[in-house]
Design a protein around this ligand. Structure first.
Ligand code: ZN
Length: 151
């Protein structure tokens, strides 16, 4: 049986319900008070998935090869270009470049593959800076190719 339900988000949507009358009624009641329509649901999920992640458009093949464990943006698959928007956790960017850099000037010193590795490299640098008595707190930074700090 099809019902036109007004969800708690304020949007109306047709839902199809089966089963006993009382069960259908209680479901409708739930939708009206707590449920959100499918568009709002997708939006909520997108927000949930995007926390701590960045949206990256990539080929579906790349997604399947390197990012299969990541969530994808609902309905972001582009059938013509075969691309999809993937929520890539920050700092887990496999094809993303990370550099140890001088914080003040942004000059790249060396490239590392992960934030963890970068932090270890910075630790080493700071150790030798201390040994040479040229240590400055917060001198080093980890940046991406757009010179944005990833720390
Ligand atoms: Zn809605």
């Amino acid at each position: 049986m099809k019902y036109n339900v007004k969800f708690s988000c304020g949007h109306e949507e047709v839902v199809e319900l089966f089963g006993k009358y009382a069960d259908r009624e209680s479901k409708i009641d739930y939708y009206q008070n707590y449920g959100v329509c499918s568009a709002c649901y997708r939006e909520q999920k997108a927000i949930e998935y995007s926390i701590g992640c960045e949206e990256r458009t990539m080929s579906y093949r790349e997604y399947k090869t390197n990012y299969a464990e990541c969530k994808t943006k609902p309905e972001s698959y582009d059938g013509i270009n075969k691309t999809i928007v993937v929520y890539v956790p920050k700092g887990k960017n496999k094809d993303h470049h990370i550099y140890v850099a001088c914080k003040e000037t942004g000059d790249r010193i060396t490239e590392v593959s992960t934030i963890e590795e970068g932090l270890a490299v910075i630790k080493e640098y700071e150790k030798s800076d201390k040994a040479e008595d040229i240590y400055t707190e917060g001198f080093y930074d980890l940046i991406d190719e757009n010179r944005i700090s990833v720390l």
